[in-house]
Design a protein around this ligand. Structure first.
Ligand code: FDA
Length: 305
């Protein structure tokens, strides 16, 4: 992993820096580029705008590593409220939610996060939509996949996420090829014992895992902004005889919005990952770590005013 990326990811865990960044005058304009506001109402407004452009969405209420039962409960209630609002506005079939198990109590007790995940899935079913469970650092991979497997016994549409930087992922993709699976590169600082060390290896692993998913009868969700991978994935989908709509592309809110619309215009199903909420710091730091150009933009905005 390069030095800039590992330094920014380390900063993501610093409380001192979190306070400094959160109170800096130029922060808001940077946050607004990647985060759809702090409230459910604002997030729903953003979803409505994206839907008008033919884009599906998956909403993430920001927050992770909860060590407080009340905070976990607050997160679950926010998701239930959000699902209600999406349903009420007729947006639910095209807007789903993304949930981090660590935000709903995984670090407090495995059972608490599973019970909370059941509540969110039951609400999503009532609203006619789905849930995808984000993947966090590699120490949680087994537990998260086990939870999603358990949920899938009741809700076969419960989605898992695989990260191609992990050496294990091609095998996981083969095992999960009959399911709804989001494939991404991975956003955490991982040791080489479990993760590939070069971007090239991560890309090769991505394509091998994508092949495994496309060969199965599940629903692959390709989460990447990488133009080369997007081209390869389109070609691989055709090679496997996949019709448009039997897989989808996913990108993050605020990143390559023109490409999102171009793909949708070509008939592809595109889903935008829309994060919202007050706890945007860790999320923003991971986005900055991915792209040094964003760091320059961020520092200029902080220095302004
Ligand atoms: P990468 O960052 O390597 O960029 C490749 C190329 O894409 C760049 O060279 C550039 O051409 C283009 N590009 C990237 N960013 C750009 C920008 N800002 N503007 C213009 N071009 C840009 N991670 C995780 O660990 N767990 C998870 O659950 C998820 N969930 C998730 C959902 C969705 C919908 C997405 C899109 C991503 C995630 N991720 C994730 C994050 C993911 O693992 C990864 O960190 C980012 O998507 C960045 O990787 P890329 O594949 O975009 O390639």
């Amino acid at each position: 992993m390069n030095l800039v990326r590992s330094t920014i990811l380390a900063a993501a865990g610093s409380n001192r820096l979190r306070r400094l960044v959160s109170t800096a005058p130029g922060t808001r304009s940077v946050v607004e580029r990647f985060v759809a506001g702090e409230s459910c109402a604002r997030a729903v407004e953003v979803v409505r705008g994206l839907a008008a452009d033919g884009l599906n969405t998956t909403l993430d209420y920001l927050g992770e590593d909860t060590t407080d039962v009340e905070q976990a409960e607050h997160t679950v209630r926010t998701y239930l409220n959000l699902l209600d609002q999406l349903h009420g506005e007729g947006l639910a079939p095209h807007a789903e939610v993304s949930v981090k198990l660590s935000a709903i109590g995984q670090k407090l007790s495995g059972r608490l996060s599973v019970d909370n995940a059941y509540r969110i899935c039951a609400a999503a079913e009532q609203c006619g939509t789905t849930v995808t469970f984000d993947m966090e650092d590699h120490t949680t991979t087994d537990a998260t996949l086990a939870t999603v497997a358990e949920l899938r016994r009741t809700w076969p549409w419960a989605g898992a996420v695989l990260q191609s930087y992990l050496r294990r992922t091609e095998a996981d993709a083969l095992a999960l090829a009959g399911s709804r699976v989001r494939l991404c590169k991975g956003a955490y600082a991982e040791p080489e014992s479990v993760a590939f060390g070069t971007a090239h290896e991560v890309d090769l692993s991505y394509v091998r895992s994508a092949n495994a998913l496309l060969a199965g009868d599940g629903y692959p969700m390709f989460a990447t902004h990488d133009p080369r991978l997007v081209d390869i994935l389109g070609e691989r989908a055709r090679w496997y005889g996949r019709k448009q709509g039997s897989y989808e592309f996913q990108m993050l809110y605020g990143i390559r919005p023109d490409e999102q619309r171009r793909l949708a215009g070509e008939g592809e199903t595109v889903r935008v990952y829309v994060p919202f909420g007050e706890q945007w710091y860790g999320y923003l730091m991971r986005r900055l770590a991915e792209r040094p150009a964003n760091l320059g933009f961020f520092l200029r905005a902080l220095a302004s005013r």
